[in-house]
Design a protein around this ligand. Sequence first.
Ligand code: UT7
Length: 322
Amino acid sequence: MTRYSRIIGTGGYLPEEVRTNEHISHTVDTSDSWIFERTGIKSRRIAGAHETASSMAEIAARQAIAVSGCDPEEIDIIIVATGTPDRVYPSTGCLLQQRLGIKNCVAFDVQAACSGSIFALSIADQYIKSGAAKKVLIVGSEICSRIVDWTDRSTCILFGDGAGAVLLAVSEETGILSTHIHSDGEYEDLLYCPNPQAAAGADEQQAGYINMRGNEVFKVAVNTLGRIVEETLDANSMDRSEIDWLVPHQANIRIIAATAKKLKMSMDQVVVTLETQGNTSSASVLLAFNEAVRDGRIQRGQVVLLEAFGAGFTWGSALIKY
Ligand code: UT7
């Protein structure tokens, strides 16, 4: 039997507080029009003081499990993608396992910055295809607002908080067609977030905030995502016209539009959540996927291309027959 990983449930969670561009323009020298024109963002959600990556992950995960109708005890592996874990350890995956009360599974985190959920999908797919696991829960959960320097206008306008989840199950029916993940550690200086407690040496930046040379990241992201699209199509001997939906990482509308153009896709076939969510890092692709499944845009049998790019640099794609 050919084993595929099939998505049997999706979920998402966004915190209550909406922080608009207008609000940010009172604290740093920026404007709603600058932010919207350069990024496509109008507002983002900000987690409350009581929330953590694992608390948000729990809500998204419970939704995905409920949709699937399966017993949580059937889950073999929990993978949480996050760059903003509750604790250095235990992993947010283990904290989520505790919250869900699942005894017999293994749980761990994946840290690939904004590409985290694609990396998690890829790992899960290998376990399922090999027969080593039957059900894998994947959650991307991020509280970016706590690692953003709210006095730095070049980064604080971009990020938001939230969690997205998918539950995968082994199936004879087609599901994930292929995944492709990459990294290149040469680009540390363009996008990084220091860990002040663990850093060695007095020169290290002390504050644990996101540092980004945005314009340089932008250029590499556009080129790299163009290449991963070709790699994914080639690997599946597929023509771009066969893709029904593009679900991209939500970093900047201009990056998303460049990838859509490469695929000769109209923006009507692209799932965009950026305007009201900003960049939720590893949560963004799963949040967008969940939204488009729930509102009926993505239908069973359609071909969906997921892609992401983030610090590391890391990048990847997943081609799915939903
Ligand atoms: O998710 C992980 C991957 N991350 C990304 O993919 C992010 C990629 N980068 C971007 O999305 C864009 O580079 C930004 C939105 C961050 C910036 O847009 P840009 O068109 O690349 O602008 P820039 O950095 O080249 O800056 C242009 C000007 C500068 O002023 P001068 O030097 O021309 O006078 C900036 O100081 O815009 C200024 N600027 C701002 N002005 C108003 C930078 N941030 C702001 C701001 N409001 N918030």
